[in-house]
Design a protein. Structure first.
Length: 325
């Protein structure tokens, strides 16, 4: 991602809109007024397919708005939260940082052009991924030859319909690889980002079309139990040695916890923990100064060599390459 300060004029040029305006109560905002500081990337990967990643701190309090085209957007907030409005409908996206909530993924459909507004808050930190596809792209490239099975039909038919869910370990890993991509030769950078975007779209649409099994079949109480278990795993993963620890925290039996994970994630509790620890090791290697042995400890390995083998099998790169990237 490109690291720089973004002003109002630059944001307007980046996005495929008719321009970005600010609310009337902020007359001091000019085109050269800096609104965001940090890493920011907006790519038109092909006709009808765009990818936006950002890791930014917001500089000013204001409301920005623009007109957006019809399309299907896939969103994930790794850190931070935002309040937005499409027309007269308000939406809150983000991980609820500070409230112990689990980050969620979102799919939102715009069946018609709409006025979009976004609250920007001075000092707020937001790390997010947004992939947007046009209706034409879905018809030609995304859903060609399919009948839009199950829950996807109302999602695409209803204006401002929304799906939200806790991402699987695989989806979480794909998102992290896209927000902070590994170093690639310039000749294949766009191809690498497009491949990740397509995988994320496929994973998220698969969840959206599930009518039975996995997360779509969870009741309200089960969803709360699952969120509580996932939050505990994220906080205590290095120190978890028994399923009993998680089950006790959630308030259910170990066998019920296993059935919950099979139903929601399609895997065992320890399969999920193993993948989650590897994701945490990847993030730690890329965002801190830890060495490979310390990353192996985070992932639950006593042998750095065994960790490196498993790491490369999962992410396609070595721990050293992740650390250098």
């Amino acid at each position: 991602m490109t690291r720089h300060d973004l002003d109002l004029a630059q944001l307007s040029r980046q996005f495929d809109t008719r321009g970005i305006a600010v609310a009337n109560h902020a007359p001091e905002i000019r085109n050269d007024t800096v609104l965001l500081k940090g890493s920011f990337n907006y790519l038109r990967l092909r006709q009808g397919l765009t990818l936006h990643t950002s890791d930014v701190t917001e500089v000013r309090d204001l409301e920005a708005y623009t007109e957006v085209k019809p399309g299907l957007s896939f969103l994930f907030f790794s850190r931070g939260e935002v309040d937005v409005r499409f027309g007269k409908r308000d939406f809150h996206f983000g991980d609820g940082e500070g409230r112990g909530e689990v980050p969620e993924a979102f799919i939102i459909n715009r069946a018609e052009p709409e006025l979009f507004s976004r609250q920007i808050r001075a000092g707020a930190y937001v790390r997010k991924l947004v992939i947007t596809v046009s209706p034409d792209w879905l018809d030609i490239d995304g859903l060609a030859g399919t009948e839009s099975p199950g829950a996807l039909k109302p999602l695409l038919r209803e204006h401002l319909s929304l799906r939200r869910f806790v991402p699987s370990p695989r989806l979480h890993a794909l998102i992290e690889q896209t927000i902070q991509p590994q170093v690639q030769p310039r000749s294949i950078q766009a191809l690498y980002m497009e491949s990740r975007a397509l995988e994320i779209i496929a994973e998220m649409l698969a969840v959206a079309t599930q009518e039975t099994g996995h997360a779509a079949s969870l009741g309200v109480i089960e969803q709360r139990q699952m969120a509580k278990a996932l939050a505990f795993i994220d906080e205590q993963s290095v120190h978890i040695h028994s399923i009993d620890d998680i089950a006790r925290h959630v308030g259910i039996s170990p066998s019920s916890l296993q059935r919950l994970f099979r139903k929601a994630k399609g895997c065992s509790v320890f399969d999920y923990i193993r993948t989650r620890r590897m994701e945490m090791a990847l993030v730690a290697l890329r965002t801190s100064s830890i060495n490979v042995a310390q990353a192996a400890y985070i992932a639950g390995y006593t042998s750095p060599a065994n960790f490196a083998t498993a790491f490369r099998r999962m992410f396609g790169i070595t721990p050293s390459q992740a650390r250098e990237g």
